[in-house]
Write a protein that binds this ligand. Structure first.
Ligand code: NAP
Length: 289
């Protein structure tokens, strides 16, 4: 991975931090996209302390703001001559419904829409850098997911699991549609279920009850560490045999079938168009057409 430039979102903790450390250990130049300056800097210092000659830097962005995501992508486009691996990993869990200032339900906005925007905004750079790889972190909850086109923001009926399932399915559909759009360009798009991983995801949830947090803490010993999740993501980022593999869903380094619904090309196309409407403020913006 020497001379490769890799961007990892949500790299300040959990799975993303472990992936960033793994990429740095392989010699890649790593850009950690993070929201919280202190946490991001602490994570960067930890990586630098554990990996000799680590090339790691931080770009700060709050994924709840489309403007911030667009600005971060533009900053990246201007600063870096190439992008070899984009890992869309940042995510959050909301026990109660919250909206971004742009009026999008938070889970959908952070876990999916911000990454749709970021990836499209980096389209020209990715095309220029081919062969390159886009990896979307999603999860097995996509199997229960439904895209609620009539109520994408779940205003009428919200639950954390409904929002998580919708966002995870959206990430899988996005991966497959991106793979169709980038066929023959040298860009691959794959997605991954990281496993059941012990992280601080509930710490960011402003409304998680003490009981829910306690249950999660009690379950932690039975969960895998973030390093385990990183194994498959690092494999997707670096394995030479995957250079032409695209549009697949991976668990434990193996491509497996995702839900039947996730293969509906019309559903993916509809989601793409809606996502474009929700994120595009200027038709001249770069996009995978
Ligand atoms: N853990 C699991 O078992 C599991 C299972 C399936 C899928 N996943 C997915 O794996 C991904 C990583 O989660 P994790 O378990 O590693 O949780 P985590 O430790 O909480 O990491 C989440 C990362 O996303 C960042 N993030 C959250 N909200 C953000 C925002 N508004 N703007 C920018 N960054 C934001 C966090 O940054 P801060 O440090 O600033 O909070 C953190 O770096 C998520 O997409 C999650 O849905 C996890």
């Amino acid at each position: 991975m020497k001379s490769k430039v890799c961007l990892v979102t949500g790299a300040s903790s959990g799975i993303g931090k472990s992936v960033a450390a793994g990429l740095a250990a392989m010699g890649a130049q790593v850009v950690m996209v993070s929201r919280d300056a202190d946490r991001a800097e602490r994570a960067r210092q930890e990586i630098i302390a554990s990996v000799r000659n680590a090339k790691v830097e931080v770009v700060l962005v709050d994924f709840a703001s489309q403007q911030a995501v667009a600005e971060a992508a533009d900053h990246f486009n201007n600063k870096f001559p190439r992008l070899d691996v984009l890992i869309n990993n940042a995510g959050a869990h909301f026990s109660r419904r919250h909206e971004t200032t742009e009026g999008v339900e938070m889970t959908f906005a952070i876990n999916y829409l911000a990454h749709f925007l970021l990836t499209n905004r980096l389209a020209d750079l990715l095309r220029k850098s081919a062969p390159c790889r886009v990896i979307n972190v999603t999860g097995e909850y996509h199997r229960k997911g439904k895209i609620h086109f009539g109520d994408l923001n779940l205003k009428n009926s919200y639950s954390a699991s409904k929002a998580t399932c919708q966002a995870q399915l959206a990430r899988v559909l996005f991966t497959y549609e991106l793979a169709r759009r980038t066929q023959t360009t040298g860009i691959t798009a794959n997605c991954v279920h990281p496993g059941a991983i012990a992280t601080r995801i509930l710490d960011n949830d402003p409304d998680a009850s003490i009981f829910k947090k306690l249950l999660y803490k009690l379950a932690m010993p039975a969960l895998d560490p973030p390093e385990k999740a990183a194994e498959t993501i690092l494999y997707l980022a670096s394995a030479p045999e995957l250079e032409n593999v695209t549009g697949r869903y991976f668990i434990n380094k193996s491509a497996v079938r995702s839900s039947e619904k996730s293969y509906h090309a019309e559903l993916a196309l509809r989601l793409w168009h809606v996502s474009r409407q929700l994120t595009s403020h200027d038709h001249a913006e770069p996009c995978f057409v």
